[in-house]
Design a binder for this molecule. Structure first.
Ligand SMILES: Nc1ncnc2c1ncn2[C@@H]1O[C@H](COP(=O)(O)OP(=O)(O)OP(=O)(O)O)[C@@H](O)[C@H]1O
Ligand SMILES: [Mg+2]
Length: 257
């Protein structure tokens, strides 16, 4: 689907918009964020806490900081959960506007721990347009629903490919699946990301698709910036709604004898 790719580029887009951003790679068994974001400063120990690495000005921690790239992490679920808890509580994240957590695929133990213990503002769903992908995504949405994690919105990745010479829009995996899912589920559709070899190249090289300075020219970088802005707006709406419900609780309390 491109979950990690979207997580990295949303982080870069938010940073570009002036927010302070962190990214927690919760994929203990298959971490990829460290590969996708080259570091200007590695993590460091500060007393009992760990100071995250800094990549393009973004704070980041990943299992890849504790294992060699080619070394598999072979641990049972309780150990993986312990690692996740340490990433949440044992890292000095400082004051961030947004902490993006890149989830592993599926609806397993790590996802459950994060939903129950990380006090999530909400989940952003990444899908590709085809039905088979949407089948999996619906399951993830059910998990968030069951665990009372609000859904911020849906992003359709690899929506289409623009022919480099003719600019013709070619929908390799069909079209409209993400928007249809959003409409059916009553959640916001945050936008589409095209298939762009540059996205893949930047991910492999650890380079930033969205530069922090200078003009943004690439269509995919512009797509991520628009999606990030849309997500920020939806998060503000969610916050207002949750404050509204807190006020209701307070009113009910005041009415009690
Ligand atoms: N829009 C895109 N255009 C081109 N390549 C893309 C795009 N989105 C993702 N990719 C590429 O697809 C590959 C898989 O992406 P990624 O690792 O982000 O997926 P994932 O959903 O996080 O996978 P996993 O479930 O294994 O964690 C990467 O090589 C990435 O560069
Ligand atoms: Mg991933």
């Amino acid at each position: 689907m491109g979950k990690s790719t979207v997580a990295v580029n949303l982080a870069l887009a938010l940073k570009h918009q002036g927010y302070s951003v962190g990214i927690l790679d919760s994929d203990v068994y298959g971490p990829s964020i460290r590969k996708m974001l080259s570091e200007e400063r590695p993590p460091a120990q500060k007393g009992q806490l760990l100071v995250p690495a800094s990549c393009h000005g973004i704070s980041m921690i990943s299992m890849a900081h504790f294992r060699h790239t080619s070394e598999a992490t072979v641990v049972r679920a309780p150990i993986a959960n312990n690692i996740i808890n340490q990433f949440i509580q044992g890292v000095d994240w400082g004051t961030l506007d947004y902490l993006i957590i890149d989830f592993p695929p599926g609806t397993g133990d790590i996802q459950l721990t994060l939903c129950q213990q990380a006090n999530l503002t909400g989940a952003i769903i990444v899908t590709t347009p085809q039905e088979v992908a949407i089948l999996d995504v619906r399951k993830a949405m059910q998990m968030f629903d069951q665990l009372k994690v609000p859904i911020i919105g849906i992003i359709e990745n690899m929506s289409c490919y623009y022919h480099p010479k003719t600019d013709e829009r070619i929908c390799l995996f069909g079209s409209g699946g993400g928007r249809k899912l959003a409409d059916q589920s009553g959640v916001p559709f945050l936008g589409e990301v095209p298939i762009d070899p540059e996205i893949c190249r930047c991910g492999d090289a650890g380079e930033a698709l969205i530069p922090q300075k200078g003009e943004i020219t690439s269509a995919s970088a512009k797509a991520f910036l628009a999606i990030a802005q849309h997500a920020v707006n939806e998060i503000e709406t969610l916050k207002e709604q949750s404050q509204g419900s807190l006020q209701n609780i307070e009113l009910a309390w005041k009415e009690m004898p």
